[in-house]
Design a protein around this ligand. Structure first.
Ligand SMILES: Cc1cc2nc3c(=O)[nH]c(=O)nc-3n(C[C@H](O)[C@H](O)[C@H](O)COP(=O)(O)OP(=O)(O)OC[C@H]3O[C@@H](n4cnc5c(N)ncnc54)[C@H](O)[C@@H]3O)c2cc1C
Length: 440
């Protein structure tokens, strides 16, 4: 077999996390190559991400990772090494998050508030009057638990009110997630990293339990002692190529997910004056979107069918009438002046979901082969910190460190928080504190 090129590290995938890992490994002096089968960085699931930056996870490490992750976005220009991209840099819109407080227990805020407090993350505990003063377009009733519109209870007159909301002012969203991956590509290229597009990895080469490189659809072979699987919803297929299927306690699979866009109610201008709302009561989240639109995602409530996808290259990419109706009408309950449009607008993409909706950032049983996968619809925000932690983990393991028995602890560059990487290990037991949803 002839070798067509040789690198210190190959990263499979050039989404926001793959590109960030390329950047971190290049900055540390490695010759890297990101390979992606699509035509440009961030064209995979990153492109349809809602790109919300929030801190409302269910576990200590989940919240710590997201708080550290936020600082990368706030410091984007410095982090990238300047104005590196001819297309300009992304905009981090810090519109804040209102996490709605439901009465009667089992409200997500009950898990989150102690963690925000422990980690010293600024938040305000708003009563309902404060929430409605700040965001008068919202209705403060309890409509839940979440139902589908064909359930007659969906339209029942509410009898209770929300308790208010937990407000985190530093939260927000990124204006253009595809551009963020392109920004990272340019930053990576500036420090010597290379990218190759329209090229599919079709095989993982190995000798004596160690990866030696990858094979491409073109028939070429590229060698490298380090290969990182950052293939998003295709991650399980890349692990299968590497012969790793069934070798990890935690597995990943692709889940179809719809996000819808509606115009702001007349006179509300939610696009410029609204905030990100986590509404576990109706089972949706929503945020302002450019052009005075509102973007609506689902918190995957139990009443909604889950559409697992066997083949991530073949799934229905059309917005469905049923899910459109469910998500838009849920928002119409929370925002009574919302007009419900006849024309469906939105995007459909795949989450790469792990068994406990917490990512896997780890080595594997194949020497030199690493994974940053299982991002479960909630790791866009962590691209910077996940990449820094992965680069540290890779350095440590390649230097002979026994990460399986003495897990690497990543110290956040910005916050100094200690993040125990065993939380994201491939062989962890399923984390019972997880919400088993996009809330991680
Ligand atoms: C609808 C939706 C909404 C979301 N909203 C949020 C949110 O609000 N906040 C948040 O934090 N997270 C959110 N997420 C999750 C977040 O977007 C993802 O976790 C993140 O974008 C994953 O980035 P990535 O680089 O790991 O993967 P991807 O962007 O999926 O990139 C993987 C790349 O690998 C390439 N690839 C795969 N197989 C091969 C192969 N064999 N050869 C070559 N290339 C290959 C693909 O072409 C792809 O470009 C959302 C996700 C979705 C789908």
């Amino acid at each position: 077999m002839t070798t067509d090129a040789s690198y210190d590290a190959i990263i499979i995938g050039a989404g926001v996390i793959g590109s960030a890992i390329g950047y971190e490994l290049s900055k540390a002096g490695r010759r890297t190559l990101n390979i992606d089968k699509l035509p440009a960085a961030g064209y995979g699931s990153t492109s349809n991400s809602c790109a919300i930056i929030r801190f409302s996870y269910s576990t200590y490490d989940g919240v710590a990772l997201s708080w550290e992750g936020q600082h990368y976005w706030a410091d984007w220009r410095n982090y990238l090494g300047g104005d590196v991209d001819e297309r300009g840099l992304i905009n981090f819109v810090q519109c804040g998050t209102a996490l709605l407080k439901k009465p009667g227990g089992k409200s997500h805020h009950e898990k989150v508030v102690p963690l925000l407090t422990e980690l010293d993350i600024p938040f305000e505990d708003w009563d309902l009057d404060t929430l409605l003063e700040r965001f008068p377009a919202l209705d403060g009733s309890v409509f839940g638990p979440p139902k589908r519109p064909d359930d007659e209870e969906f339209w029942a007159e509410p009898t209770e009110s929300l308790l208010g909301a937990i407000w985190t002012r530093d939260a927000g969203y990124i204006s253009d997630p595809q551009l963020s991956a392109h920004n990272l590509q340019r930053a990576c290229e500036n420090v010597g990293g290379e990218f190759r597009f329209n090229t599919e990895v079709t095989g993982i080469d190995q000798v004596d339990g160690r990866v030696t490189g990858v094979r491409l659809s073109t028939g070429e072979t590229i060698t490298a002692p380090i290969v990182v699987n950052v293939a998003g919803p295709h991650s399980f297929m890349v692990n299968r190529m590497a012969g790793l299927e069934g070798t990890m306690n935690i597995s990943t699979k692709a889940l179809r997910h719809e996000v819808h866009h509606v115009a702001s109610p007349e006179g509300v201008n939610y696009g410029s004056t609204g905030c990100h709302v986590q509404d576990g009561d109706t089972g949706i989240y929503f945020r302002p979107e450019t052009g005075d639109n509102i973007l609506i995602g689902s918190e995957d409530p139990e009443c909604d069918p889950k559409e697992w996808v066997e083949n991530p290259d073949d799934y229905d990419t059309e917005v469905s009438a049923e899910q459109w109706e469910a998500q838009v009408l849920r928002l119409a309950r929370r925002m009574p002046d919302l007009g419900v449009p006849n024309v469906k607008r939105g995007v459909v993409d795949l989450y790469d979901v792990s068994d406990d909706w917490i990512p896997i950032y780890d080595k594997t049983d194949l020497g030199g082969f690493y994974v940053a996968i299982g991002t479960s619809g909630n790791q866009y925000k962590n691209a910077g910190v996940a990449a820094a932690a992965m680069a540290e983990l890779i350095d440590a393991v390649e230097d002979g460190h026994d990460h399986d028995n003495e897990p690497v602890v990543h110290v956040g560059r910005y916050t100094g928080l200690e993040i125990d990487m065993s939380t994201f290990g491939r062989n962890r037991t399923i984390n019972p504190n997880s919400s088993f949803s996009v809330n991680g």
